[in-house]
Design a protein around this ligand. Sequence first.
Ligand code: EPU
Length: 369
Amino acid sequence: MKIEYDKDLARMNTFGMKVSCACYVEFSSEDELSDIFRNMERYGFPQPFLHIGGGSNLLFTRDFPGTVFHSAIRFIRRVDVQGDSGLKASSGAAGRPESVLVEAGSGVLWDDFCAWCAGEGFWGPENLSGIPGEAGAAAVQNIGAYGVEVKDIVREVRCFDVVTGVIRPLHVKDCRYGYRDSIFKDTAKGRYVVTSVVFALSSVPQPRLEYGHVRSAVEQALSSSGAGPATSSGPSLVRDVILGIRGSKLPDPAVVGNAGSFFKNPVVPRSSYDIVENYAKSRYGADYEVPHFDAGSGFIKIPAAWLIEQCGWKGYREGNVGVYEKQPIVLVNVTGKASPDEVVALEHKIVMSVQNLFGITLHPEVEHI
Ligand code: EPU
C-alpha cells in the first residue's frame, strides 16, 4: 500500500487542474483494501473519501480536503473455467469457446486492456479503444463510443462493499446501466469500490461498424491492406481505425488537458426537439437535418456538440481555457494553467447560452469534485 500526504494531483487528473489532496492511498489487492476498511480508525485517514481511476472524467474544483483512494490492482487474465463466482464461458457448436471471459483489475489502463484483447483476437472492446482512464472507472461510468457501451461487454463487476466489508460480485444486470450511468454513480454511490471487472468477449468476429463513418473507414483500411471483409480482419484493424478517428477528433490529454466530453448529450421530449428543428430550418433552410437519435418513448437525443456549435462556441478561447476547435463538447485547458474557476465559468456561460437559444439544459458528464 502507498500512502502520501499533501499529494499534488496535477498528474492524476487529465484536465491538469493544479490541486492537491490531504491524503492519497493506493492499494494493490483486495486484501489491502479490506485491511484499510477494517482498520480505519488505526489508519486515521482524513475524511471525506474519494475513489478515482485515471482522473479522466473529473473536474477538481478545489483542493480535496480528505483522502483520495486509487486502485493499483493490475492484472488481465482469462477466467473461462468455472470459478468461485460460478462464471462460465459458453461454447460454440464445435466446442470452441465463442464467449471468452476475461477479468481485468480495476487499475488496468483501459486502453491497455483494449490492446491486450485485440492482440489475443478477442472482439468486444475494440470500438472503445483509446478512451483514457482505467478499467474500474470504465465500469462505473459505462463509457461509450462509436456505437458500443461498456455495459455491452461487462459480465460482472467485482466490488468491495464498504458497508458490509466483504467482496461482492455484481452481475451486469445489478449495475443498472444507462447512458453514462450506473448504480455506482447513483443509488450505491460511495458504497462499492470496484476491484476488477469480468468481460464477456467473443473469439468469433463481431465487428460493430454502424456508427458514423466507422464502416467506410474500416473498408478503406481493408482495401489499402488488401485484406478481406471486416469479419476476417481481426479486432486489431477495427481498433486502429477507431484510434485514427479519435485522434482526428479528440484532443490527447497528454498534449492538452481535457476530460473528454464535458457535457452529456441531452435527451429531450419531441416538443423541445421541434423548437430546435424550427430554429435550424429557419437558419439553414427547409432541407436542413438536425443531427439526432431516437431515444425511445417519444424522446430524442441531440448531440451537445451541435447545440454548442450553434451558439458560436467552437474554437472559443478565454484566458487559459477554451472549447476544442474540432469537437465543442470538449473543454480544454489550453495553456495547462487553467484554474477550476475558469473552467466552471466557461461551463456556465455555455450552459446559459444553449438554454437561452434552445430552452435545453446541458448537464455535465464530467464529475465536479
Ligand atoms: N457535431 C457538431 N459539431 C462538431 C462535432 C460534432 O455539430 O464539431 C455533431 C455532429 O452532428 C456529429 C454529432 O455531433 O454527428 C456527434 O458527434 P460525435 O460522433 O463526435 O459524438 P458525440 O455525441 O459528440 C459521443 C461521446 C464521446 C464518444 C463519441 C463517439 C458523449 C457525451 N460523448 O460524443 O465520448 O467518443 O460519441 O462515439 O456521449 C467521452 O465520453 O468523453 C467521449 C469523448
